[in-house]
Ligand binder design. Structure first.
Ligand SMILES: Nc1ncnc2c1ncn2[C@@H]1O[C@H](COP(=O)(O)OP(=O)(O)OP(=O)(O)O)[C@@H](O)[C@H]1O
Ligand SMILES: [Mg+2]
Length: 260
């Protein structure tokens, strides 16, 4: 992790385009995320939000565009190389291993094998794993009381936090969260919001947040982009977005089947 320097772009994206056959999921999007901020991405179902995260993290090869992270062009890098540079993500569905405890789920996510660590393990096989990132992620996500529990034994709210904990266990500079509040009740969503705010404010981690929970998104984000049919239709602070007629139209205008 690094010290946050708000305002400086950590992620700089130009002309990002994602297509699946004839479907244009993301249409030439430009994006700048300042380090030490929370950037929100909202839009109706099928707007292209997950496709954008897939392209940013290397899981989908974009048809066009450049992605610069921490001043470095990462456009052609494989997902694990991007992760090693400090780009972490969660997936839209909770991706915990059911037969591992919460703590074990974080531990497996934290391990990255390098030449140095492989050599160290060869010569010092009894050496315990480095728990720094895991212990930090447990504390940031408030998982202390469920570390030894299995995912099936804990609430959805805790499972969602454990999913975020997995992404944080490697101490990333930027974490991309794909609908972390889906299915949460009001109290769980409020707790999630408090913990997300602490990421930039107390830990220097920048956040990219996709969610349909407008209360959460409007209360925690510094900047927002509204995507519709793959195109940005509005952008700005939560106050600027809240009353934008294009946003109201995209959500309530009836040309979509509806958002969850
Ligand atoms: N693997 C794929 N193959 C073909 N089309 C896809 C694929 N993934 C997504 N799409 C299409 O691309 C468009 C954008 O989908 P995407 O999943 O990125 O939207 P989203 O904004 O994340 O939606 P949601 O809010 O429902 O998660 C949609 O039209 C979708 O049907
Ligand atoms: Mg999605």
């Amino acid at each position: 992790m690094t010290t946050p320097t708000a305002g400086q772009p950590l992620l700089d994206v130009a002309g990002l385009r994602v297509t699946y056959g004839g479907v244009v999921a993301v249409a030439d999007v430009d994006l700048r995320i300042g380090e030490g901020t929370i950037y929100g991405l909202i839009g109706p179902n099928g707007a292209g939000k997950t496709s954008m995260v897939d392209a940013l993290t290397g899981y989908t090869r974009p048809a066009a565009g450049w992605i610069t992270f921490g001043g470095r062009d990462i456009s052609g890098l494989r997902p694990y190389r991007r992760a090693r540079l400090g780009l972490a993500r969660t997936f839209q569905s909770v991706e915990l291993f059911d037969d591992l405890t919460v703590e074990e789920n974080l531990l497996v996510a934290s391990e990255h094998v390098t030449v140095a660590s492989a050599l160290r393990d060869l010569f010092l096989p009894q050496r315990p794993p480095d728990r720094t990132g895991v212990d930090w992620a447990i504390s940031v996500c408030g998982l202390e009381d469920v570390t030894d529990r299995y995912p099936g034994e804990i609430s959805l709210g805790k499972r969602k936090l454990a999913g975020i904990g997995r992404a944080l266990a490697r101490q990333p500079r930027l974490v991309l969260l794909d609908e972390p509040a889906a299915g949460l009740d009001t109290d769980e969503s409020l707790e999630l919001g408090r913990r997300l705010r602490s990421l930039p404010e107390e830990h220097g981690v920048t956040v990219f947040l996709i969610d349909h929970d407008m209360g959460l998104v409007l209360s925690v984000c510094d900047q927002l982009m509204v995507l519709d049919f793959g195109r940005p239709i509005a952008g700005g602070t939560p106050a600027e977005i809240r009353d934008d007629p294009r946003v109201i139209e995209a959500y309530l205008g009836g040309h979509h089947a509806g958002s969850h």
